[in-house]
Design a protein around this ligand. Sequence first.
Ligand code: XMP
Length: 534
Amino acid sequence: MSQHTDLVLVVDFGAQYAQLIARRVREAHVYSEIVPRSMPIAEMLAKKPTAIILSGGPASVHVEGAPSIDAAIYEAGVPILGICYGAQLIARDLGGEVRKTGTGEYGRTELRIEGSSLLFSDLAVEQTVWMSHGDSMTAAPPGFTVTARTDAVPTAAFEDRDRAIYAVQFHPEVAHTERGQEILKTFLYDAAGCRPTWTNVSIIEDAVAEIRAQVGDRRVLCGLSGGVDSAVAAALVHKAVGDQLTCVFVDTGLMRRGEAEQVEQTFREQFAIDLVHVKAGDRFLEKLDDVIDPERKRKIIGELFIRIFEEAARDLGRRERSGRLGGALDAEERSASTAPAKFLVQGTLYPDIVESGGGDNANIKSHHNVGGLPDDMDFELVEPLRHLFKDEVRAVGEELGLPEEIVWRQPFPGPGLAVRIIGTITPERVEILQNADAVVTEEIKRAGLYREIWQSFAVLPAVKTVGVMGDDRTYAYPIILRAVTSDDAMTADWARLPYDVLERIASRIINEVPGVNRVAYDITSKPPGTIEWE
Ligand code: XMP
């Protein structure tokens, strides 16, 4: 990152908390990176961190093979904050004491601040914090001052201001620790001297400079999906290299209603980006004719998507050679042999990189590859979001002027509505689902629930049911309403939608969408269900 930004390293001891800590640090406007605990200290220090945070971890410092860290870290002169397991490591490594006392603390705990503490300097004596530990710190290391206790633990926090080493048994990064963010900020600003310079504006400036340095004056290709990541990546690259960017939007015909128009409107009209809109709905439907197996649907869509994207990239290469932008190719241009654009934009996010083991190589889950890039194409990747968490991507998108509908769009599967149409996919069934889905989205937005719900959508099953409308018997499709809450899509719970919202959705769908006479609500969590129906 830029030299104007301080860096905080979050050393990951294997708990789920490291990413949360890194995000909280960034919310305090300081750039942070997660590093595995196995990284040699010299390598950590070579990154010139302004501070280091040792994260929590699932282990006990007493079990065999418990993760540890080279004690040289304490001598490096870089301010350190140990959290939970990280605090216990400091206690153990520097001559304090950690014991299996038999009284762990889990959940909301009352903390009592003692003596004078830099970390807690602005806080009331009694604090509510979140604990999750079995072993307890029973003595601080020599030279440290104990700064807080709980009923069960006499040494819940300690610090040595001269060495700038701080340890807290509780988790300041979780929302249940009421003043946790203030404690983190005090560590960052007052104890470590970090400057709050990591802002949307600085993120954009850094990304623009980096993209320009990588790309020079060569051409860049970007696949748009309609989702937030590719949209923000494209907008950033466009800000950096303007006309050198061409976006390709493969319209599968299986998008949400109005999505393709939104992409056109935003990128071609608002941003004046060179956009190739490949309207391939017919080709997808033709290949999907009579296909009902979900995995075959996915495979067919994935392969065709890649083929069409490659065609578009080749066309672009020919266009480049013939030295002009925009418009369809004539026959001569089409037959010219040529090399495609050299760079491909990819909306890889920071968590994708961290999950793959802390290296620099993105590891995109194959599941999520549909709608992504062909992986055997000869491109150098431009990944302007690879330092960013999702919430930062959204903030940058807003800063760049992308519309709310794109920036806050709920996740959508690459194969699109195909995995929400159970059984055969026909133009009529796609239209039914698009219309029902549009009602769901409108009503969830109207109720103010769109952002807090992870995904909310309609599913079209392959059965028909009997109903009655006026004096007539109907025999038509039901729509299944699916709405889930989740943090990461790995697990999910069905959303407790208010009855009046459910009622409005159901009555509008039945009244407004021809071919539907019933609405059911899916109350399955994940596991055992999945979010999508196929
Ligand atoms: P499931 O249905 O497995 O979905 O609980 C988890 C998350 O992944 C999305 N999803 C996909 N995304 N290509 C994608 O890009 C796919 O083939 C695919 N299938 C599911 C789903 O919408 C949810 O957010």
